[in-house]
Design a protein around this ligand. Structure first.
Ligand code: HEC
Ligand code: HEC
Ligand code: HEC
Ligand code: HEC
Length: 449
């Protein structure tokens, strides 16, 4: 819901951020490691839990209500129970997203047990202290008449008005960090959205979420902490994003166990568009984890289709192919081992086919199998779709009346005419038609075995 409002709010946001004010120069430091006391600690009605914005107070005092109703962060933990997350966890082989450290790192205040106060609950999601810092040292003092911004900051309240501090806080999750927070390519390929970020824009989007403001820059706010100009927030954010990248690369770029994580690279250096295809959950087990590179198995896939009537040979071939795919992205020795196993499997198939070539009734079964495979999504990429079209044309001519110029076979080739507009469902449709029209008939006399 919030998402749909982003574009509506952008113009408002841009207009409201015009004022150019000097930047406050403070050293960037992530929130101190103080105890997190929990959202309930902040939410009493005399503090931040009022139903309406307070009059005569420096702050609105309804921050809890705004957060719980409108802030996307309040729902970040609950999101891990949704169907999208359940599917992601399943694809990743995780027991449950809401228990997985790799998700909690960014979807909750994932602080160590020793730093959790009595009212702290992981189920609160991303609470006040995820951004403002653990309240252990400043809770009791931060609202006293004597407290100043400087004294609060000295006690560990994060100076989020300082763009450098804010940048470090937000990018920790929205970009990731060198320690526990990292959206790996496996996580992305299992269904996680890409993580675009820009500090000034994201601040505006966040604090006006639901059309309600998290804080108001009024006269007393301006006096206490004059906000930085957008352009300074922007450049500070860009610097911090670059530093997160540099830190992440130093900590996580590893080639000793195969290829580095693809999330370390620009997504668009490999992807031309970001499309999550649901057929991936239906088709054959292509081997390996979500988002893994695959060796070109298009010829092996069609050989497997051809062997539909020889289940033992087919099974061994599929196992050897899968074994090879599982090593894609691993070390050279694992790949060599799996490739050798595949090679010996192919040698046996070669011998078996030389001794007893495919008969016409077996070709008929292969044709039916090809149409079923196309419908199931077993030819998920253009290279195997192309092989499927060629295989179909040969099988159709072998078992039926359909030559390469028949409408049915031409329809199949048309469905894979180019690798740009190609779609698995069009191939499925065309092969189904061709199998129905060409699946029986006199066949080619010369090859009638
Ligand atoms: C590096 C931090 C990080 C990690 C790790 C992470 N997420 Fe996220 N996740 C985010 C951020 C940030 C967003 C919001 C992205 C946006 O819209 O800008 C998000 C959004 C989502 C969404 C909402 C998608 C949508 O379209 O609205 C789901 C679902 C989700 N994450 C699930 C998970 C699960 C499950 C895991 C663990 C396997 C996980 N996340 C790990 C940071 C992370
Ligand atoms: C996603 C990060 C984030 C979360 C979560 C968050 N805040 Fe904030 N909050 C900010 C930022 C950024 C500001 C603006 C900078 C500033 O004034 O320090 C701010 C401003 C405020 C202000 C105004 C400060 C002033 O001096 O006028 C109050 C009060 C406040 N937050 C309370 C809360 C409470 C209570 C919660 C939890 C219910 C909460 N915040 C949750 C980031 C967050
Ligand atoms: C502890 C990790 C964490 C921190 C810190 C954090 N965020 Fe988030 N943020 C998330 C996650 C996870 C989501 C997705 C929540 C959801 O969709 O329900 C999110 C969602 C958002 C969204 C909505 C994006 C969308 O497309 O729906 C905005 C905007 C945003 N955050 C801005 C900020 C800003 C600005 C800061 C710093 C003041 C910040 N966040 C700090 C994790 C974090
Ligand atoms: C080095 C190349 C490379 C980079 C860089 C890369 N990816 Fe991928 N991505 C792949 C490969 C390979 C697959 C698996 C494709 C397949 O199974 O056919 C994949 C699959 C995916 C999928 C699943 C798509 C599908 O159709 O199943 C998503 C989503 C995805 N990547 C997102 C991302 C995001 C987001 C980034 C950037 C953070 C990224 N990728 C960076 C190579 C890359």
């Amino acid at each position: 819901m919030w998402r749909t409002e982003r574009h509506r709010l952008l113009p408002v946001l841009v207009a409201s951020l015009g004022a150019a004010l000097p930047t406050i120069a403070t050293a960037a430091a992530p929130p101190a490691d103080d105890r997190h006391l929990g959202v309930a600690t902040c939410a009493s009605t005399t503090c931040h839990g009022q139903a309406k914005a307070a009059r005569g107070s420096n702050i609105q005092q309804n921050e809890y209500l705004i957060w719980s109703r409108y802030d996307p962060h309040a729902g970040a933990f609950a999101l891990l129970f949704e169907e999208r997350s359940r599917l992601m966890a399943e694809r990743l082989g995780l027991k449950a997203a809401h228990e997985a450290p790799e998700c909690l790192a960014c979807h909750a205040e994932d602080v160590p047990a020793a730093l959790r106060g009595p009212k702290f609950q992981v189920s609160d999601g991303i609470g006040c202290e995820a951004c403002h810092g653990g309240a252990g040292r400043w809770l009791a003092s931060h609202y006293s008449p004597q407290a100043t911004r400087a004294s609060n900051v000295a006690d560990g309240l994060a100076a989020l008005d300082d763009p450098a501090v804010r940048a470090a806080t937000c990018t920790g999750c929205h970009v990731g960090d060198a320690t526990s927070r990292f959206a790996t390519h496996r996580i992305m390929a299992a269904g996680h959205p890409r993580l675009p970020f820009e500090l000034d824009t994201w601040t505006g989007l966040w604090c006006t979420a639901g059309g309600r403001e998290h804080y108001v820059v009024d006269a007393d706010y301006l006096e206490r902490k004059p906000p930085p100009a957008s352009i300074d927030v922007w450049t500070t954010g860009l610097v911090r994003q670059g530093r997160q990248l540099a830190g992440i690369l130093q900590a996580r770029y590893r080639t000793d166990r195969g290829l580095p994580d693809f999330s370390l690279f620009n997504c668009y250096s490999c992807h031309r568009e970001m499309r999550l295809a649901d057929w991936r959950d239906r088709g054959r087990d292509a081997g390996g984890a979500p988002g893994q590179l695959r060796f070109d198995d298009s010829s092996l896939t069609l050989l497997s289709t051809a062997l539909a009537a020889r289940p033992e040979l087919q099974r061994d071939l599929q196992a050897a192919t899968l074994g090879l795919q599982r090593t894609a992205g691993l070390d050279a020795a694992s790949v060599a081992r799996a490739a050798a196993a595949l090679e010996s499997q192919l040698a046996s198939i070669e011998t078996a086919l030389a001794r007893s070539p495919l008969r016409r009734d077996e070709a008929q079964r292969a044709l039916a199998a090809l149409a079923r495979s196309a419908a199931r999504g077993d030819y998920p990429d253009y290279a195997s779709a192309e092989q499927a079209a060629m295989g179909l044309s040969i099988l159709a001519a072998t078992v039926g009346n359909c030559g390469p110029d028949s409408a049915a076979v031409r329809g199949v080739f048309a469905s894979v005419a180019s690798d740009t507009g190609w779609r698995p469902d069009r191939l499925a449709q065309a092969t189904r038609t061709a199998a129905a029209l060409c699946g029986s008939g006199p066949g080619k006399p010369v090859t009638d075995r």
